[in-house]
Design a protein around this ligand. Sequence first.
Ligand code: GDP
Length: 203
Amino acid sequence: MEIHSVSFIKSSAHPRECPPMDKPEYAFIGRSNVGKSSLINMIVGRLSMAKISSTPGKTQLINHFEINSDKKDESWYLTDLPGFGYAKVSKKERVKWERTSKQFLEGRTNLMCTMMLVDSRLKAQQVDLDFMAYMGETGLPFVIVFTKVDKLNKTERANFLSGYTEVMLNQWSKMPPVFITSSETKEGREELLNFFEQTNSLF
Ligand code: GDP
């Protein structure tokens, strides 16, 4: 797939304000600072498109972008969900984030897949594992997108991947699909675009 156009559609504070569920959609979710804005910009090939959501813990908005809107039968939504796990956010805000995100994910019938971003420099974070467990229990399809892999050398990368797989397999009978990415080197971009193209055809 090639991306030939990107339009910002809207920011929504609540799932009921989101655009119509008339095209395939992919939600990007992850802890603050995981590299979500950078990855989205890397995918769409435009600088600062996702800047709108870059203030950690502040912007609790669901941001919809329409990709390839110039070709009606090829267009899809890329959705930037608010980051979670930011230490300075109050418990009340965390609860609100969780409620809004879960309402969004469970109510969005056009959602093809959730892209669960995971920082490859950190050991498996409980909050990420808990969120994946929730998605599994709820029957929401997701893939893991490991970010910032340019920071790891070959050995570190292999160790990280085997370590993460081991942790996942304590909880899951098999690994979900995994993408290994870097916004710096654009590693993983083509694989992600192929994934969107193939999955869009199921809509
Ligand atoms: P967000 O809070 O999840 O949207 O994260 P950002 O995209 O703002 O990135 C957080 C920090 O990680 C920034 O300092 C980025 O420059 C850095 N970063 C993001 N992606 C990468 C990457 O692929 N490689 C490297 N080396 N740094 C990255």
